[in-house]
Design a protein around this ligand. Sequence first.
Ligand code: MN
Length: 512
Amino acid sequence: MNKRELLHRAAPHYSENQQLELAHAIDFATSAHEGQKRRSGEPYIIHPLAVADTLVEWGMDIDTVIAGILHDTVEDTDATLETIENLFGRDVAFLVDGVTKVSQARAGMRNLESYLPQTKDNLSKLLIAVGQDVRVIIIKLADRLHNLSTLQHMNREKQLKIARESLEVFAPMADKLGMGRVRMQIEELAFSYIDPTEFKRLENMMKKRLGKSTRKLGAVRQDVERELKKQNIEAEVNGRVKSIYSLYKKLKKVDGNIDDIYDLMALRIIVKDKEECYKVLGILHSMYQPMISRIKDYIGIPKPNGYQSLHTTVITPSKQIVEFQIRTRDMHEYAERGLAAGFHYHEQKDTKNYIRGRSTAASLPTQLQWITQLQEIAARLGSGDDISQDELNIDLFGNRIFVYSPKGDIYNLPEGALPLDFAFMVHSDIGRHAYSFRVNGNIHSFDKPLQNGDVVEVVTRKLSMPKQAWLDLVKTGHAREKLRSQLKKMELIETLTGAANIIRQKTLRRKK
Ligand code: MN
């Protein structure tokens, strides 16, 4: 990758001015990194160029691409943030600053043994950065991907450190952002360094298995294509092969028996719209016998990271077990690219608004509400608030549940959330005046956790006010923060009314 190639790749997607700015950034970074080399012996600039190229490929806006070019300049060269702001504007400088902060946080992690205790600090800084702009993490993911793909030049110890960190921090981050393809790329690369022997073994095992089943699957695919055509459904049918790392994880669950894994290879059916997805599901179930427990409707109820698809596993007359994934083109695009799909070069102002925290939780699609929650945590960390590891974990890495309002609106909460968490998520006024709860029609106490699928009704009373004891009855950072500020406000009002009363009494006395 060189300047000319990158500009050529970017040309179709950005305006002429933007391309000039990009060229300017490349020159700036090239001279800043002058004389520096990568471990491979190549000039350093090939790295930021590769990162920017990935960001172009992901369809990111021009500020992100330029920040990608400049991402290591403040950390590793004499370039300052002020210069970058003067030359490339506030937004770019802001992104570069975020990426630099994340790198510095990473540098704080010394060795693998002490990895866990230090994760919190690292994570916090990551959050502060992401809380302000998710694009920082997207740049970081592109950076990580290139470093992983050039890991062969590092010593074993470094390889392990970077690979493990990728698996524990960056892959889950990509997953949170719904960036399925990137998550998989990171996992495959990282795992191949962490356990090369096991990686090879599974790769061979997979090859052998696939050889056997590919031919049989081809027959199923033809049958399905023929049937869909007959029903006038235009569809694209593809095979998708399980990644080595997800095979590894799955094998651990089934005691190492590959015969128990049904989705080694799946067929993916892409159709025009949602209605057709369900139609195709019906057609498949009329052709083959479905395995009841394996039907998943992630369209009706998307995964917390926004993933949507219908999944079903069927048994063919020749006793072959085949998994299908049915989705629309948009759902497919999102499954692969996640949040990055929202940027699409220079359009998409709306996406930017919520990513930069200008929207509220209520206006976000359910599956992205966690971004706002993350931003709130980041803000609190930034203001020096002490946040317990528990609280971080429950908000960020815990499992999520979906609960419903009586009107059928879906809310996404961490597992273990209590009714007040729900109330504050719906609206801070609902939380404030919460009087009692009904869950699935029954009275439900304040301290009893909600379950996935619960229908939660908050009974409010105008005169009911928040109590200090409620602080023990909320689990999410969001509810805790809202509650705290309400309690503070009440205290202030009490003090003021108290003072007003004293003044009034004094005045009355004087009148007497
Ligand atoms: Mn870098």
